[in-house]
Structure formats: structure tokens, C-alpha cells
Design a binder for this molecule. Sequence first.
Ligand SMILES: [Zn+2]
Length: 246
Amino acid sequence: MNTLGEIWIQLFKNGSFGFILLLVINQMVYFVLLMSKTNRSDKYKFAAHNEVKYLKRTANLFSIAIFFYLFGLISGWLGLAQSYEFIFVAFMAFMITFMIGYGFTMYLQYYYPFVLEKRLRAIRFKKLKSSSGNYMKLLNELEEDEFMSDEMIALEDASEADFDVWIDEVSGEKVIQKYDISEKALICSKCNFRTLKERKEKILKDASEFEEGLLERTYNCTYCNHRELKEVKILSWSKRRELEEI
Ligand SMILES: [Zn+2]
């Protein structure tokens, strides 16, 4: 084995540790920033916007680290002498890395949203203590209106924002948290919080020229897990055209 090869192998191994270090720093920065938000609606907003971004960066750094590590490892086994062997090893390491990276991307795209939603719910609905040390009560949509301004109620009705009103029943202290809602949420018939979200849509019957179709929508409450099915009519084609002309 030539010395130049050994130096390269060592360099790649160290490179892989370098990227692992970057990944740890990246993830730590995220948690420090998250923890620095004292207001829970700020924390919620930060997590909702940034958690996946930071995780993607972590996954990328991890993939690069794997690439360097594999490159060093396979080169070590083969004892590289020729430059074409370098290319072959790089190609193998890249293919393995690519598969791992692809796995991470799929996980973050399709499975992680459920994990994130659970984490966001935990941030938002965690028990809140008032300044006098009592646990506060979270009011539902029926109870909260009397504590909210008209502007807040209007924003809620327009699905622009959702407000959580917490009351200390002993001291009367009130805390209101505002959440921007990207996905429209409806009021859950079981727990009365505005946390009922559409999950899927299934066409039961297609609409035709003169006949209405039927659509089934499944809703899930992110607060109490209540599930609701709603059937919605789909306009017939002729009716739809008629309405579009108006
Ligand atoms: Zn509910």
C-alpha cells in the first residue's frame, strides 16, 4: 500500500467524524433555539417551521459522514493503489449513501409529519401554571368567547388564527396564546376545541352530467383523537357549469 493512499484514507475517516460533529452542532442549535422560546405559541411556531428543516440538514450531514466513512473503510480493505480503484470505491460508497439518504428523505416526508404533530400538540396543550402556581384550565370554544376580544373571535371565525384561553380558576389570571393555523381546523364535537382536521377524502360516488356525486371526508381531532366522517355532495357537471357561468 502506498503512503499517499493511507493519507487519503485517514483524511476520509477524519472527514466523516467532522461531519458527525457538524450534525450534532446543528441539532443542538435547534434545541437551544427551541428552548430559548419562553412563550409556548412562539415555541410552537418555531417547531412547526423549523424542526423538519433542521432534521433534513442533520440527515444530509449524516449521509455525507457515511460516505466518507465508507470510502475510508472500503479503501482500507482493498488497499488502494490505482486511481481507477478510487473511482470504483467512491461509486460504491456513493450508492450506499444514496440509499440511506433516500430512506431518510422518505421518512421525513411521509412519516415525520405525524411525529411532528404529536410534538406540537405536546407543546401547545402541556399543562400551564399560573404565576401563583396553580394549574390553569384551558377553555374550549364554547367557554372562551367571553374572554376574547371581537377581533380575536373574528380571526377565529375566518380560520386565520386560533386562540387558546387559559384561566386560573383560583386567582382569575388569564393567559391567551395565539396560533396561526395553516390548515383549516373545525370545532370538534366531542371536546369542543378547534382541533378537528381533515385527514382524507374518498369519493363514494362520482358525479355525472345530471346526477350529484358523494364524497366522504374523514376528520381527526388532534386534541382528543375523536374521529368524524362527513358526507359531502359533489355537484353534477351541468350544475357546476351553470354556477361557473354566473
Ligand atoms: Zn376533540
